[in-house]
Design a protein around this ligand. Structure first.
Ligand code: FE
Ligand code: FE
Ligand code: ZN
Length: 288
């Protein structure tokens, strides 16, 4: 069965329970959640998240796995501003505790941006951080996301992720989240040769390291390094290629997560609504 969901919110009174309800409203069987606003680091206590209620609702509906995404403002690769790096380390330590407390085994992380100091320096800083954070007892895995390569982003090449693995002492706690929009923007041929991508990935990191897939179309041509997500079939990758990824037999047990943009409502174009229920239904229907 296709393991598919989207990113969902976590806010208000219902918090994590609301996240599960949102996922169910899209008929998803997995989901990804930010533990608060993705653009800041303000977070509530675990006891305020309604975790037991959320877990009960998941169980009732057969949702067995979900993933957490760290906020994208944290940057472990920043070797210029010590406070940015320290904030990232501190926040990630707490985010690991939160993810485990909520019952996720995977925390997705953008490797970071080297802010002008070069890829090598950036990678060294990232692994310095990971080596402070990860121990043999860390209860979740950190899934490094493949990036589009905009600005000074690290992780647009699988080789860079492999180097992070090499320099991380507890690399058994690392995984990878592959993002179709990002790989396409980074220059990989998602449209015609996803199998070739998997082969390249397997050689460098091992296919078993893929812990999550972000399924997004891209507003830009292959290699554009822009990172602008499009709705499935509305972008340069196209529905067929994305459905091929979603249904790929090597990724059956891996959660596929939509991060496609909200769309203007037909009757009230000023209001934007999530496209996930429709996109999930279409993916289930139109298999390759
Ligand atoms: Fe991401
Ligand atoms: Fe993503
Ligand atoms: Zn993106």
């Amino acid at each position: 069965m296709l393991l598919i969901g989207s990113h969902v919110g976590m806010s208000g009174k219902e918090m994590f329970l609301g996240s599960v309800k949102e996922a169910l409203s899209y008929h998803a069987n997995t989901f990804m959640v930010y533990t608060g606003a993705p653009q800041n680091t303000r977070r509530k206590e675990l006891s305020e998240l309604k975790i037991p209620e959320a877990k009960a609702l998941m169980k009732e509906n057969g949702i067995e796995q979900f993933i957490v995404h760290a906020p994208y403002i944290i940057n472990l690769a920043n070797s210029v501003n010590p406070s940015t790096f320290e904030l990232a380390v501190e926040f990630l330590e707490k985010e690991i505790t939160r993810s485990a407390g909520m019952g996720s085994r995977i925390l997705v992380l953008h490797p970071g941006s080297h802010v002008g100091e070069g890829t090598e320096t950036g990678i060294r800083k990232i692994t310095e951080g990971l080596n402070q954070i990860l121990t043999a007892d860390t209860p979740v895995s950190i899934a490094l996301e493949t990036m589009a390569g905009k600005g000074s982003e690290i992780g647009s090449r699988f080789e860079e992720l492999a180097e992070i693995y090499e320099k991380t002492v507890h690399s058994e706690k690392l995984r990878v989240c592959i993002d179709t929009c990002h790989m396409h923007d980074a220059g990989y041929d998602v449209i015609h040769d996803f199998d070739g991508i998997l082969t390249a990935f397997d050689k460098l990191l091992g296919i078993s390291q893929i812990a999550a897939v972000h399924l997004n179309d891209s507003k830009n041509p292959q290699g554009a390094r822009k990172d602008r997500h499009a709705n499935l079939g509305d972008g340069c990758i196209g529905f067929e290629a994305l459905s091929y990824v979603a249904h790929h037999p090597a990724l059956t047990d891996i959660p596929k997560i939509l991060e496609t943009p909200y769309i203007p409502q037909a009757e009230n174009p000023d209001k934007k609504v999530p496209p996930y229920k429709e996109e999930i239904a279409r993916l289930r229907q139109e298999k390759p």
